[in-house]
Design a protein around this ligand. Structure first.
Ligand SMILES: [Ca+2]
Ligand SMILES: [Ca+2]
Length: 208
C-alpha cells in the first residue's frame, strides 16, 4: 500500500513542477513583452534633431582652378529617392573653398538618416547628389569627392534648368563686363572662355 502512495506523491510533485515552470515561462514572456514596449516608447519619445549641415560643392571650370569655388545657390535636402524637399534654402553662398552651411531652426526636424541633396547655382544647372547619410547632429558632407561638378551656363532670368539660346544671349550681352552671374569661370570678366564653357553644355538639362 505504501508504494502506490509514494508513486502518487512523485507524480503530483512532477505535475506541480510542470505547472510552475509553465507559469514562470509565461511570466518571463510577459515581462519581456512589457520591457520591449517600454523600450519602444522611450525610443519614439527621444527627439534627435540635426542642428547644422555643412558641405562642400564645386562649380565647374573655374579659373584659377583652386580656391575659386564660391557661388550662390538654392539647396534642397530631400527624402531619399524623391524630389520632395524637406529643407530648402534659396540663398546659400559658398566660400572660395566651396564650403557652405545650412542652420536648421527649431521647427525644422531632420532626423539622422539617408537623404538626397540638390543644388541649383545662380549660373548652373540643378545637380543632385544621392543617398548621403546624416549620422551626427552637425554633419559635414563633401560632394566633391567624386568630382561631379555643377554644370555652368544657366544664366537667363528664365530659369528652366536647361541651357539654350536665351542663356547664351545673356553671356554675349555681358561680354567684357564683370557681371558675376555670367562670368562662369570667375576669372573677373565675361568673355569667350565663359561662352565656350556654356556652349559645351548647350541643350543640356539639369537634374530634376
Ligand atoms: Ca535656361
Ligand atoms: Ca570669365
Amino acid at each position: 500500500m505504501k508504494q502506490p502512495i509514494i508513486v502518487l506523491k512523485v507524480i503530483l510533485t512532477f505535475l506541480l513542477s510542470a505547472v510552475s515552470i509553465t507559469y514562470f515561462a509565461d511570466q518571463l514572456r510577459q515581462d519581456k513583452t512589457n520591457a520591449q514596449e517600454v523600450l519602444q516608447s522611450v525610443v519614439v519619445s527621444v527627439n534627435v534633431r540635426v542642428g547644422k549641415i555643412s558641405f562642400t560643392v564645386y562649380p565647374e571650370k573655374r579659373i584659377p582652378p583652386t580656391g575659386n569655388w564660391s557661388t550662390r545657390m538654392s539647396v534642397q535636402i530631400r527624402q531619399a529617392g524623391t524630389t520632395v524637399p524637406i529643407i530648402q534654402r534659396d540663398n546659400v553662398t559658398t566660400d572660395s573653398n566651396g564650403y557652405g552651411e545650412i542652420i536648421l531652426s527649431d521647427s525644422e526636424i531632420l532626423n539622422p538618416g539617408v537623404y538626397d541633396f540638390s543644388f541649383k547655382g545662380i549660373s548652373h544647372l540643378r545637380k543632385n547628389y544621392y543617398s548621403y547619410t546624416i549620422s551626427s547632429l552637425e554633419p559635414y558632407l563633401n560632394f566633391t569627392t567624386n568630382r561631379e561638378y555643377l554644370l555652368a551656363g544657366e544664366t537667363s532670368v528664365i530659369v528652366d534648368n536647361y541651357v539654350n539660346s536665351l542663356d547664351v544671349s545673356t553671356v554675349v550681352k555681358n561680354f567684357y563686363k564683370t557681371n558675376i552671374q555670367n562670368d562662369l569661370n570667375r576669372d573677373g570678366q565675361v568673355n569667350s572662355l565663359d561662352l565656350s564653357n556654356q556652349i559645351i553644355n548647350l541643350y543640356k538639362f539639369g537634374d530634376t
